[in-house]
Design a protein around this ligand. Structure first.
Ligand code: F3S
Length: 277
């Protein structure tokens, strides 16, 4: 069986940086060391960090002392103010690409644009960008949401960093007839674009595609969606234990890709198990 891992797959810059900052805090910064929400959307990595003494809390109410790590998705700026008030040590691991989206959103509001955030309404990154814009924004997930909007004089757009470029293009096209002026900050990050292109290319060539990553990871789910569009034999798995032998009947070439929050050891293990089939 031929097995190929996509050219761009697994940890992105922002995730590597967040994990490095978290690990460096151990033994240096006050304990307990907590992340506000799982540091990345990968349960296996979250468990591994737990072993090192870094635990995930859902809100600041659960921590009165020690260190709080803000994950790569970023947060509402009020959270940082609140953490400071509580006297917590803060590690801000917000990915610089997410920071850029937050600042662009604020800038567009200051310039008088009606802000449209293209992304998943309930994703923490989008919630953070929305908060940076002072809540003065409309979140649209896709072109269907645009139909419900009224006309604007001028529209400013920022995008969740992991959105597919095709969705952004469709949303822009649908907004054009509704406004006189559009200013777009394409805040989709490079890592996302590269992973999506590499995944699509490999899925086109492979007989079967495995997408490895947390079931709660938005960017992994999107990779699955992209691969499934060109290869119906696409499976989203978290670890090698989910692989089913019957998927591989008549399959000679397996492609593997992985979300930006999937560590190499999980990807390597999937490749190893498939090779043995
Ligand atoms: Fe940052 Fe892009 Fe990764 S926004 S966290 S480098 S997917």
């Amino acid at each position: 069986m031929k097995v190929k891992v996509a050219k761009e797959a697994g940890y992105c810059y922002g995730v590597e940086r967040a994990l490095k900052l978290a690990q460096e805090a151990v033994g240096k910064l006050p304990e307990p060391i907590c992340t506000l929400g799982p540091i990345i959307h990968n349960p296996q990595v979250v468990d591994w960090l737990k072993g090192k003494g870094i635990v995930s809390v859902d809100s600041l109410n659960q921590i009165d002392k020690g260190t709080i790590i803000i994950r790569s998705h970023g947060v509402d700026p009020k959270v940082k103010i609140e953490a400071k008030k509580k006297g917590l040590e803060i590690i801000d691991a917000t990915c610089p690409f997410v920071k850029k989206a937050q600042h662009c959103a604020r800038k567009l509001i200051e310039e008088g644009y009606n802000l449209v955030i293209v992304g998943e309404r309930n994703h923490p990154e989008v919630i953070g960008i929305f908060a940076y814009a002072g809540g003065k924004a409309v979140v649209v997930e896709n072109v269907k949401d645009i139909k419900q909007l009224s006309n604007f004089k001028k529209v400013g757009i920022v995008v969740q960093t992991t959105q597919p470029i095709e969705n952004l293009k469709k949303v822009i096209n649908a907004l054009i007839p509704k406004t006189e002026e559009i200013k777009i900050f394409n805040t989709i990050c490079d890592a996302t674009v590269k992973r999506q292109i590499a995944a699509r290319n490999l899925a086109q060539d492979a007989d079967l595609m495995l997408v490895v990553g947390g079931k709660n990871s938005a960017n992994t789910s999107r990779l699955t969606q992209i691969c499934a569009e060109v290869n119906p034999k696409t499976y989203h798995i978290e670890t090698a234990s989910e692989i089913k032998k019957e998927w591989f009947k008549g399959v000679n070439f397996v492609g593997i890709t992985a979300g930006a929050s999937t560590p190499n050891w999980i990807i390597d293990n999937v490749a190893k198990v498939v090779k043995k089939l």
